[in-house]
Design a protein around this ligand. Structure first.
Ligand code: PBG
Ligand code: ZN
Length: 323
């Protein structure tokens, strides 16, 4: 008789044959930095996530370092917005200042900078607009300028999330031309027009003031096209590719990991976080079990890097396991 249960006899056997492991090295923690002094604003739809002013961020940075997390993804929230998102590529913009500050305090922390205009534009779209159309080619130089200014501020990895065609090539070229040959690019390669981003848009004040993002972000129905997006990013010079959102798109993670020999990241986005937190706060699920199971599922599907708002808790739970 085939006795598969033998492999489950006890925890030591189970751990001997365990195929997938989550570790701290895999985690990226997204953070929000805003203007002002001594600010620590809770994000209502994301329990335990805050917007920090740069000075107040030190205590959070300390927590992140002590937890053993080695990479953060930074989102700046500017006070001033305009039509062309000029705060995005201002050398003294909120994100540039925050990156400089963090790299000064904590030089070994891997700082990943999101590159997109939506937090900085008055209309909340990820590109320039003319007659209601989101312009592709006209947006590219601004993204390149933003990427260079963030690399100059000290960002280790540039992560373009705007979904404009050709952006990765233009950004790679601009980084190289300005002496940032060693700055990595992590493409938000397959980024879907998803309802799962809404808590993030509360946190980053980046909702579009009209329309939606469906002319640039992908149709959730399209798995094959997602692979073409990954291919385009690789071809244009991305070092790391990404699928976003995470849990509802594990088929694409699996396909991308089977197909490409590039480090693969998955973004376990804000809505996924909020759903788990809400259910946990109601006592309907066991937060630790569910979160760790989700982390495992994302790795099992083939992701190496997990960008998650749960990162601090996951790090804590991993410590408990090794005690
Ligand atoms: C900016 C950006 C978004 C997210 C990451 N970068 C929002 C969007 O595209 O509307 C979403 C992240 C999350 O939901 O956690 N373009
Ligand atoms: Zn955007």
């Amino acid at each position: 008789m085939l006795r598969l249960r033998r492999l489950r006899n006890n925890e030591n056997i189970r751990s001997l044959v365990r195929e997938t492991r989550v570790c701290k090295d895999d985690l990226v923690y997204p953070v929000f930095v805003c203007e002002g002094q001594n600010v620590k604003n809770p994000v209502d739809s994301m329990p335990e996530i805050y917007q920090y002013s740069i000075d107040a961020f030190d205590e959070e940075l300390d927590r992140i370092c002590r937890a053993g997390i080695k990479a953060i993804l930074i989102f700046g929230i500017p006070d001033h917005k305009d039509e062309c998102g000029s705060g995005a590529y201002d050398e003294n913009g909120i994100t540039q200042r925050a990156v400089r500050h963090i790299k000064e305090k904590c030089p070994d922390m891997i700082v990943i900078a999101d590159v997109c205009l939506c937090e900085y534009t008055s209309h909340g779209h990820c590109g320039l607009i003319h007659n209601g159309e989101i312009l592709n080619d006209e947006t590219l130089p601004l993204l390149a300028k933003m990427a260079v200014s963030l690399a100059k501020a000290g960002a280790d990895i540039i992560a373009p999330s705007d979904m404009m065609d050709g952006h990765t090539r233009v950004i790679r070229q601009a980084l190289d031309d300005n002496g940032y040959k060693n700055t990595l690019i992590m493409g938000y390669s397959a980024k879907f027009a998803s309802g799962y981003y809404s808590p993030f848009r509360d946190a980053a004040h980046s909702s579009p003031s009209f329309g939606d993002r469906k002319t640039y972000q992908m149709d959730p129905a399209n798995g094959r096209e997602a692979l073409r997006e990954c291919e385009a990013d690789i071809e244009e010079g991305a070092d790391i590719i990404m699928v976003k959102p995470g849990l509802a798109y594990l088929d694409i993670v699996k396909a991308a990991s089977d197909r490409y020999d590039y480090p693969l990241a998955i973004y376990n986005v804000s809505g996924e976080y909020s759903m788990v937190k809400a259910a946990a706060m109601n006592g309907w699920i066991d937060e630790k079990r569910i979160v760790m199971e989700n982390m495992m599922a994302m790795k099992r599907a083939g992701a190496k890097i997990i960008i998650t708002y749960h990162a601090l808790m996951v790090a804590k739970w991993l410590d408990e396991e090794t005690l």
